[in-house]
Design a binder for this molecule. Structure first.
Ligand SMILES: Nc1nc2c(ncn2[C@@H]2O[C@H](COP(=O)(O)OP(=O)(O)OP(=O)(O)O)[C@@H](O)[C@H]2O)c(=O)[nH]1
Ligand SMILES: [Mg+2]
Length: 686
């Protein structure tokens, strides 16, 4: 029973005063409106009234704590410790447990299992059902793996307990329990022989299971198309993840060639819900790749490539021979060198890419080879400073001082010849000139004349170059410039990625001169070229040709690309474009230049692409240049090629900085993968 309200000090004073006057306790109680008992209690123990303690241990949880525990526990999956932490309480775990138990609204329950189908899942299922109404389901073989426990099913050990009966116990073996994994498949024709597999089946084992159990069963279909379904588990995918693997898989399976011809491969897939499990249905396949990501990554175009289809015996043997031929072709493809031809206008960066291949795939440059580059670098320095001096007068610019003018005269007197050695005198003149503000202004206008791209790079490090101990670094070699004449080739090998079969791929790359008078030699190397790597300099948009100062360099490059794209002798070669010198282009844009000054159509492009996702002006500029090339590839063919078939050609674009080894490493890896994939596709395997 709840206690009554205690007497106030005023009431206590009233009781004491009335009692002294001799008034009875009952009378006092009625006068102050309280019970007889409280008046009696007070008068019996005036000094200690109201000081009596509660019995038992004080509660550790206040009402507020209990409310917060209740709130934190409600429908939560939190542990007792978690709830304690959430409520910031410093009580023991059993206290929390007791408090939750005491609460009649909270009981511990196992969460019920329910597939959470969102609307898009439901839509996908309806869509699938609609699309597959007329499918011949009697041709589908459904397969799956299942684990059986000797001790009973995992996780399903609950039961309805009748409290009037003895409890039931789950018999568990401490030793010798265990599980078996079984692979099975069913279809309208019956069941496929069960296979006992290991709990952690790998892709090799999966392949063996298919060979031993599925292939014999498939023969009973006697020439009709079969659809094999698997649930896309990683071991299944691992076995067939790439189309290249498909071939090796067929080989690994050691399928007799008449059975191999019954393999057909298609990559369409549908998700559906059947037999209580989610699966992907893959049509027309015994062993199928359906990894659409891999397919995209590999750039596979012919997604419905067929290795063969079930047919009569004669057709089978024909297909079998065809497949043997294809496999042979693959071996040849990988055995022979891939020939790549580098094309592009002068100074676009072709030779620089060849140097990068040397750095990346051969052992770079020896000390001796580096030393041999010194004269070339001296030449680059001299050509750069001499051109700047020559342009000072032509552009009407002034030197800072008379001394600097004399230095200019000294350089001009050397004429086109480079100094044999970097003498101190020569070095001092060049340094004085390079620090002259007139020369710097001249350099800022270098798009108006012909200056080497590497001018600033070498003039900035002139002091190091002029030292007698100077040995060019790899970076120096990448920046050095020498006009290419004739045809040069480089051979190297590159590792084939494991997921494409592994091994080594041999490459042969041809470098040609890009100047107009060199281009008539190109045709000599067109024969047998698998890929053309067309290099275009994006940084040249404001410059004119050395050979023809009336012609814009970028316009010339785009025109040349058109010629290469439509060239009938290159019709069967893949075209890869390197939109090079991104660094130079960015520098120019940052300095306030716009490609619109040289290509008025840029304003229209800018207007139309206003909503486009461009990071900045440089990004828009490089995509504008790319678009010019894309437009060419969309033009109708100029004439029907005698070599190429009529399938549409694709062009692959990369934005590059040829002097940056990391950039070229990355880009070349992509190019390599793309070529391998294209090769497989070209022989009908992808
Ligand atoms: N900054 C910068 N310089 C580059 C880049 N690519 C090439 N260069 C420089 O441009 C100059 C010309 O490059 P090359 O590789 O010789 O040009 P090419 O296409 O072989 O020219 P030709 O042999 O005349 O056909 C060299 O000084 C290179 O260092 C780049 O992406 N960025
Ligand atoms: Mg070259």
């Amino acid at each position: 029973m709840p206690r009554g309200v205690k007497l106030t000090d005023y009431e206590k004073g009233q009781i004491s005063a009335l009692f002294k006057e001799g008034i009875s306790k009952r009378e006092i109680a009625s006068r102050i409106g309280r019970s007889d008992r409280v008046v009696r209690n007070y008068l019996n123990n005036v000094d200690n009234y109201g000081t009596k303690k509660r019995k038992g241990r004080p509660r550790v949880l206040s009402d507020r704590d209990r409310r917060s525990i209740s709130k934190a526990t409600s429908n939560s999956t939190n542990s007792l410790r978690g709830i304690r932490n959430e409520c910031k309480l410093s009580v023991s775990i059993p206290t929390i447990w007791r408090e939750i138990n005491r609460n009649p609204n909270l009981v511990r329950e196992k969460m019920r299992k329910a597939p959470r189908l969102q609307q898009h899942h439901k839509d996908a299922r309806v869509e699938f059902a609609r699309n597959n109404m007329s499918r011949h389901w009697d041709q589908v073989i459904f397969s799956d793996e299942k684990k059986f426990n000797l001790d009973g099913p995992d996780g399903f050990d609950g039961y309805w307990r009748d409290l009037r009966k003895e409890p039931r116990y789950l018999s568990r073996r401490n030793f010798g329990g265990g599980t078996v994994m079984v692979w099975g498949a069913i279809c309208s024709k019956g069941t496929v022989r069960l296979a006992f597999i290991s709990a952690r089946m790998n892709s090799q084992e999966y392949q063996n299971v298919l060979q031993d159990n599925l292939l014999p069963f498939i023969n009973s279909f006697e020439g009709n198309e079969v659809i094999f379904q698997q649930d896309n588990a990683s071991v299944h995918q691992g076995a067939v993840a790439t189309a290249f693997n498909l071939v090796t898989l067929s080989l690994n399976l050691r399928v007799p060639s008449n059975q191999l011809s019954s393999l057909s491969i298609r990559t369409d897939h549908y998700t559906y819900y059947a037999m209580g499990f989610k699966a992907k249905l893959l049509t027309g396949a015994l062993v199928i790749t359906n990894n659409s990501k891999a397919i995209e990554k590999l750039g596979i175009q012919n997604k419905n490539a067929m290795l063969g289809c079930l047919g009569h015996r004669t057709e089978e043997s024909l297909r079998s021979r065809q497949i043997d031929k294809q496999i042979q072709q693959i071996h040849q493809q990988f055995a022979s060198a891939i020939k790549i031809l580098l094309l592009g206008t002068a100074e676009s960066g072709k030779t620089t890419i060849i140097k990068q291949m040397r750095i990346l795939h051969i052992n770079g440059f020896t000390e001796q080879e580096k030393r041999a580059k010194i004269p070339e670098i001296y030449c680059n320095v001299h050509e750069s400073i001499a051109e700047l001096v020559r342009q000072m007068d032509l552009l009407g610019l002034d030197y800072d001082s008379l001394n600097n003018r004399r230095s200019g005269q000294f350089i001009a007197s050397i004429d086109e010849l480079r100094p044999q050695d970097m003498t101190e005198e020569y070095r001092d003149h060049v340094l004085a000139l390079w620090n002259d503000s007139g020369i710097r202004s001249c350099y800022m206008r270098s798009n108006e004349f012909q200056l080497l791209d590497c001018a600033k790079y070498f003039l900035d490090k002139l002091e190091a170059i002029a030292r007698p101990t100077y040995i060019p670094s790899t970076e120096d070699i990448l920046h050095s410039r020498k006009v290419t004449t004739g045809i040069h080739q480089i051979e190297f090998t590159v590792k084939i990625p494991k997921d494409m079969g592994g091994g080594l791929q041999e490459f042969r790359m041809f470098d040609v001169g890009g100047q107009r008078d060199q281009r008539n030699k190109w045709i000599q190397v067109f024969e047998g070229i698998e890929a053309v790597l067309f290099v275009i300099s994006c940084g040249d948009f404001d410059q004119t040709l050395r050979e023809d100062p009336t012609q814009n360099r970028l316009t010339e490059a785009v025109r040349l690309f058109s010629g290469v794209w439509h060239n009938r002798f290159l019709a069967s070669a893949g075209i890869i474009v390197f939109l090079n010198k991104q660094d130079i282009m960015e520098r120019k844009i940052q300095a306030g230049k716009s490609i619109g000054q040289y290509f008025p159509e840029y304003e229209e492009y800018k207007r139309l692409s206003k909503g486009g996702n461009f990071f900045d002006e440089s990004d828009r500029t490089k995509h504008f240049i790319k678009q010019k090339l894309v437009d060419i590839t969309l033009e109708p063919p100029r004439r029907v090629s005698r070599i190429a078939d009529c399938t549409p050609r694709e062009c692959f674009y990369h934005f590059t900085v040829a002097t940056d080894t990391n950039n070229i490493r990355r880009v070349f890896n992509d190019v390599h993968n793309m070529i391998l994939t294209e090769n497989l596709a070209s022989i009908g395997l992808l």
